[in-house]
Ligand binder design. Sequence first.
Ligand code: ZN
Length: 145
Amino acid sequence: MDELEDLYQEVILDHYKRPRNFGVLESPDRLVEGNNPLCGDRLHVSVKMKGDTIEDVRFKGAGCAISVASASIMTDAVKGRPRAQFDDMFEKFHAMVTGTGAAVDGKLAAFAGVSEFPVRVKCASLAWHTLKAALEGKSETISTE
Ligand code: ZN
């Protein structure tokens, strides 16, 4: 169990120090900003769609290790996926971090431990809520509060 926790810790730190898909897309189809005032996490997500598929996605911003690593791992996980699959992943991820669902596959599982720290749930799901709003065509800043 400890080994597993260490591994997850490593995954989160790796993505925090070297975030993937960091930056802003040139002429994105959608760009939404997300804030988590509780922790001070702020990021924005830009998306390029191809039909119903997330062709490319990037994020930029600053926040705690959990929020940045979550955005990094999420963008990796959803790039090239149809929107319906994102919705499904979002639901499973949210259930996992709120402790109402099983752990999900892959690197996203690194956030399973978040369910023990309710205050961190908003950090872990900020990027997801922001991308969801972008896919729904919203353009205003979203807030976890
Ligand atoms: Zn945070």
